[in-house]
Design a protein around this ligand. Structure first.
Ligand SMILES: [Zn+2]
Length: 399
């Protein structure tokens, strides 16, 4: 130890080293209550500095950063930007959303997500040219938008065999491979599949494609370094897709309590899944019969069961409306989990779902500074997540 260092340690021991050396930072939030999104308890009096768009330092002691833009965090709460991993953005013309493309409509929708504190979305099915075009513009910094991740075209059962055809009469593998290559060529962030009936619960019932074919498709896509997600509704389908090695179901099981065996496979396999409770608040709008309404409570019980055993639930609204993110948070909150867990479901777990948790999703050193500053404590009341003071994407203030 040099004499200089020894002197400094000694000075610190007697408690006068509060003035750390000046730190190069672009943005400094001072004396804020930090809720980092990992599920850890809130930290009062935190200092958070941002450099080149990323979280650079988090400290309980004051950080000196002479040239940084300073935010007085007193009485405020800093959380990661919210993430919705089941969106179908409006304006793309998918599912009767006409006229399309309507870029004005989609840009308004994207802006609304940011204004509601949502800094990342995963579009789980849309017109591919439309959504991949917006994704390219977002990544080039040309539009005001949350981070866009997308699947483009959902690879459905009809992509394989056509509606109403014998489920076992699949095309030969080279033909399936060619069809898979066509969707992979568009660079989905996660490729979504739907191998069951059309519509969530009420459409035409078609048998699942055989497990070995599904497993081969999944393995092929994963070998191309593309994650997979899939529409599910019930135990049989969920068990099959888990056995086939799918990365992430885009819904919980909604028809009945899941078996312990399936719960164990999901938890042990660290398989993230979407919540999508809100969709059952609009069964009339979806044209579903009244008997689908109680599925919300079944879904909540299944998700609660999984989360309490260590499962990774991620907020997905299955909607196109930013306000529905807060509605989904209310539905997640109804499960009675600790509020730090609810917040993790709405942030870090979404990043895990899309495989980007090393880049963002929580407020930790080195991650993108996607942050929301709140005027009231979200852990005291989840509706305080709407008390938005400022939204930052990669350290840039949006709102
Ligand atoms: Zn959906």
């Amino acid at each position: 130890m040099t004499w200089g260092l020894r002197f400094r340690v000694w000075v610190c021991l007697i408690g006068i080293c509060a003035t750390s050396p000046a730190w190069a930072a672009d943005l400094l939030t001072a004396n804020v209550t930090l809720i980092d999104g990992t599920g850890a308890p809130a930290v009062k009096g935190a200092w958070v500095s941002v450099k080149d768009g990323r979280i650079d330092r988090i400290s309980r002691a004051p950080i000196r950063a002479a040239n940084a833009d300073k935010i007085d965090g007193k009485g405020k709460y800093l959380i990661p930007g919210l993430i919705d991993i089941h969106v179908h953005l409006k304006g793309g013309g998918a599912w009767g959303d006409k006229p399309a493309p309507d870029i004005e409509k989609s840009l308004k929708g994207l802006r609304a997500y940011l204004d509601n504190g949502v800094t990342t979305i995963f579009d789980a099915g849309n017109n591919p040219e439309f959504i991949y075009g917006l994704r390219a513009q977002e990544r080039a910094g040309e539009i005001v938008s949350p981070r866009i991740f997308a699947t483009g075209q959902v690879f459905g059962a009809s992509s394989l065999r056509g509606r109403g055809q014998d489920p076992n009469a699949l095309p030969d593998w080279p033909e399936i491979e060619a069809r898979l290559e066509r969707v992979i060529a568009m660079k989905p962030d996660v490729q979504k599949f739907s191998f069951e009936r059309f519509g969530a619960n009420t459409g035409e019932v078609i048998p699942l494609i055989p497990l070995d074919a599904m497993a081969r498709i999944v393995a092929y896509v994963h070998a191309k370094n593309v994650r997979t997600t899939i529409h599910i509704t019930d135990e049989v389908i969920a068990s099959t897709v888990v056995a086939a090695g799918m990365s992430t179901p885009e819904h919980p099981v909604v028809t009945a309590p899941i078996s312990d065996a399936l719960a164990k496979r999901i938890v042990d396999g660290k398989i993230a899944f979407a919540t999508t409770f809100s969709i059952f608040d609009d069964t009339e709008g979806m044209g579903w019969p009244a008997w689908t309404k109680p599925m919300i409570a079944i879904a909540q019980a299944n998700v609660k069961n999984l989360v309490e055993h260590g499962g990774i639930a991620a907020l997905g609204s299955d909607h196109f409306d930013a306000a529905m993110v807060h509605h989904e948070i209310m539905r997640i909150g109804q499960m009675g989990l600790p509020p730090t867990t609810t917040l993790r479901i709405a942030t870090l777990n979404g990043a895990i779902f899309i495989g980007r948790e090393k880049e963002f999703g929580s407020l930790e050193r080195g991650k993108w500074a996607d942050m929301v500053l709140l005027d009231a404590d979200p852990l005291a009341d989840l509706t305080n997540l709407k008390r938005i003071h400022a939204v930052y994407k990669a350290g840039q203030r949006i709102q």
